[in-house]
Design a binder for this molecule. Structure first.
Ligand SMILES: [Zn+2]
Length: 282
């Protein structure tokens, strides 16, 4: 079942593509389970297994804001040759449609950054050709993010499949990292994991939420904000971004939605002395 939250007049639905457990060393470079004795009750069993595997989910957030219907991040997608997963086959599009978000009804697609687990369903394979999955959407691509990936010598083949067909169809729009999408939904720059990384902020009716993207990969990086992620482009900046954003998120008002957080995916960051803790919303 999809998880759903109401934030003022905005409705946010989380649809999971795949969920799995990984050794901590794969994702959180500085992970030290022995240092977590006081926090285990916050993390287990929903986010951390008894044997200290990290529980991870790959998810799309679907948003209704006024007349707009947006998707934030499109997961791995089908038929791409992925590291670890091979050519994944899921019924994610059916799950989105069942949640009320048929692909023809989406008007904006936001990618928090250009990694495969966030752009995969931008396109789909039809008769041997990659075509835009959401034909009536404008795809918002960060210009900083795109420039970063494009200038690398090996622009990942999987990424090309997910981006070039959008450009060829003219469905893209280049945006800055503070772009306002609707009066209630805007991008917030959260660099570090990648240079142009953004989170998505929702403000409506005095209520607020933040979809993290990979600013926070796992709740363990709330109780230990200084623990860097293995795939961070600039781990020092990623840690600094968490440190500067957590005070504003810990005012008790902002619902935090962790893009890779296993269910319960939403909750609140709470100040605890000179650290932070997580209160999942159940
Ligand atoms: Zn990710």
């Amino acid at each position: 079942m999809a998880q759903r939250w109401q934030v003022g007049d905005v409705e946010i639905t989380c649809v999971t593509e795949v969920a799995f457990d990984v050794p901590a060393s794969v994702l959180v470079r500085d992970f030290d389970g022995d240092a977590l004795t006081d926090e285990l009750s916050v993390l287990q069993p929903d986010y951390l297994t008894d044997s200290m595997l990290l529980r991870i989910a790959i998810q799309t957030f679907a948003i209704r804001s006024g007349e707009h219907r947006l998707l934030v991040d499109t997961c791995f997608g089908n038929d791409h040759q992925l590291p670890y997963f091979g050519d994944l086959r899921t019924d994610h599009l059916t799950s989105l449609a069942d949640a009320g978000f048929d692909r023809s009804t989406i008007d904006s697609v936001v990618c928090t950054h250009l990694h495969m687990d966030h752009v995969g369903w931008n396109t789909m394979l039809v008769d041997g050709a990659w075509v835009p999955t959401f034909p009536n959407a404008q795809y918002l691509f960060g210009s900083i993010e795109y420039d970063h990936w494009r200038k690398r010598e090996q622009f990942d083949a999987g990424l090309v499949e997910c981006i070039d067909p959008i450009l060829e169809a003219g469905l893209h729009r280049w945006v800055e990292t503070d772009h306002v999408i609707t009066p209630e939904v805007r991008l917030v720059p959260t660099p570090g994991h990648t240079p142009g990384h953004v989170s998505v902020r929702i403000d409506s009716g005095g209520e607020a939420a933040l979809i993290t993207g990979d600013m926070i990969h796992h709740p363990v990086q709330i109780v230990r904000h200084e623990w860097a992620s293995v795939p961070d482009f600039d781990p020092v900046e990623a840690v600094a971004t968490r440190a500067t954003n957590y005070p504003g998120l810990a005012d008790g008002r902002v619902l935090v939605l962790g893009t890779h957080f296993n269910e319960p995916t939403g909750g609140h960051i709470i100040r605890r002395g000179d650290r932070w803790t997580w209160a999942a919303q159940r």
